[in-house]
Design a protein around this ligand. Structure first.
Ligand SMILES: Cc1ncc(COP(=O)(O)O)c(C=O)c1O
Length: 438
């Protein structure tokens, strides 16, 4: 019989965590400020991952904290089904002002996973409303992470996240991933691989465009080891989608809100999709929220052609939750006042040089970077895949640095308020950790 005392670790079934291993040796965080977490025993941990790629403005920013506190005291909740509150409209308008031109219609969700499922559902509903109900296939990509909803894992490309859950959605196909060994140690976008987008033409040839609704990709894949798109790849995908009346969805849950040195990666790459999924940095992670920005054409077409009176039979109790909107509005103000997206762009060259200085560190077989993101890939320990990276994660935490590991890759994505001294500390800690780990 477990002891359900105040500090019992048993009851919380932790997500994406080896529960037995963690509970035998827990790592806890008790407070946070700017670039750092603090542990219950008072240790400072440099946040190399902005929490989970989400605290882009750094932790516990007073403006955001105060906005949440004030909104909680004023109105805790209001529905947005056939009813609404002013902050939801204000926040949608403010978001539309920073999304690429033409992507101005904002649908609120509570997470990235929900944003992905929402975008996929909008794609199906849109084609059906235009009399193209046969366009139902959804195309994802190998090594993609699109969250954990059934839509997201179906178009996603991580076998470990799919194999436990049956047959998933039907009618899904996948593009090949873009991780090519010949691109090892590329700085920024790799030179080779634009032609991998041609696989979409083959999928069209196999299934016919009249059956395909949408293609979804992360502009820079994050959770599968940081894979920036080869030069010209996203442009090609866009052109093929246009040729065949297929919607292009960018999952910018990680790449949104300054991570690539622009509001969205779409802007940075100069490629505009039909929908953008976002979450995480939307509220600086202070209150859960996600959203889909859809094109004006798509929205108007739904209003004109979908069955009346409710054009899209979709939504969440908490779509546009007042606390999330308050947090989001304050977050956008912090981003703007501190010009954080431009700051990230200005920091990128220093970041890139520092990350690539680890090329000669022990175990390193590839380094990839884009914006303020880096992936440092380690050689797997023979017979023990991912063990080395896992041990590096634990050793880095002991050494005062929070990193993230995915497969054999150390992924870094710190808050965008970082200074060069923080970058140096990350590099020095990682070099020492990699030297110590076998
Ligand atoms: C690209 C991408 N899409 C979707 C998600 C899922 O977001 P959430 O965990 O908020 O559901 C993530 C989370 O890391 C992500 O990286």
């Amino acid at each position: 019989m477990p002891d359900h005392g105040a500090n019992d670790l048993d009851a919380f079934w932790m997500p994406f965590t080896p529960n037995r291993r963690f509970k035998a040796k827990p790592r806890l965080l008790s407070s946070a400020k700017d670039m750092h977490y603090q542990t219950p025993d008072g240790r400072q941990i440099l946040d190399g991952t902005a929490g989970l790629w989400c605290v882009n403005a750094g932790h516990n920013r007073p403006k955001i904290v105060e906005a949440i506190q004030a909104q909680a005291a004023k109105m805790d909740f209001a529905p947005t089904f056939n009813m609404a509150h002013p902050l939801a409209f204000e926040f949608a308008s403010r978001l539309a002002a920073i999304t690429p031109a033409g992507l101005d219609r904002i649908f609120f969700t509570n997470s990235g996973s929900e944003a992905v499922d929402t975008a996929l559902k909008i794609a199906l509903a849109y084609h059906r409303a235009r009399g193209k109900a046969g366009k139902t296939r959804l195309i994802g990509r190998e090594r993609a992470y699109h969250g954990v909803g059934f839509g997201g894992i179906s178009v996603g490309g991580i076998v470990g996240n799919r194999k436990q859950f049956g047959t998933l959605l039907t009618g899904v196909d996948h593009l090949p991933h873009t991780h090519l060994p010949r691109n090892a140690f590329s700085r920024g976008q790799p030179a080779h691989g634009a032609d991998l987008a041609d696989a979409l033409e083959r999928i069209v040839a196999l299934h016919d465009a009249s059956t395909i609704a949408a293609v979804i990709v992360e502009p820079v894949a994050g959770s599968t080891g940081v894979l920036p798109p080869p030069i010209g790849y996203l442009e090609k995908l866009r052109a093929i989608c246009d040729r065949h009346d297929i919607l292009l969805i960018f999952d910018e849950v990680i790449t949104g809100f300054g991570r690539t040195g622009a509001a969205f990666a779409a802007e940075r790459f100069g490629v505009t999709p039909d929908m953008i999924c976002m979450a995480k940095g939307i509220t600086n992670a202070a209150v859960p929220m996600g959203a889909v920005a859809a094109s004006e054409t798509l929205y108007q077409s739904m209003l004109e052609h979908a069955e009346a009176p409710i054009e899209l039979a979709h939504g969440y109790t908490y779509s546009g939750h007042p606390l999330a909107c308050a947090a989001g509005l304050a977050t956008l103000s912090v981003y703007a006042e501190e010009d954080l997206f431009a700051r990230a762009a200005a920091m990128e060259p220093y970041w890139r040089k520092a990350m690539h200085s680890l090329r000669d560190a022990r175990h390193v077989v590839d380094i990839r970077d884009f914006g303020i993101i880096a992936g440092i890939e380690l050689e797997p320990r023979p017979g023990q895949p991912t063990a080395r990276a896992g041990e590096a994660f634990e050793a880095a935490f002991e050494a005062g640095l929070l990193i993230r590991v995915t497969g054999e890759t150390i992924a870094l994505s710190p808050p965008l308020i970082l200074e060069t001294g923080h970058v140096d500390q990350m590099v020095d800690t990682l070099r020492a950790v990699l030297k110590a780990v076998d």
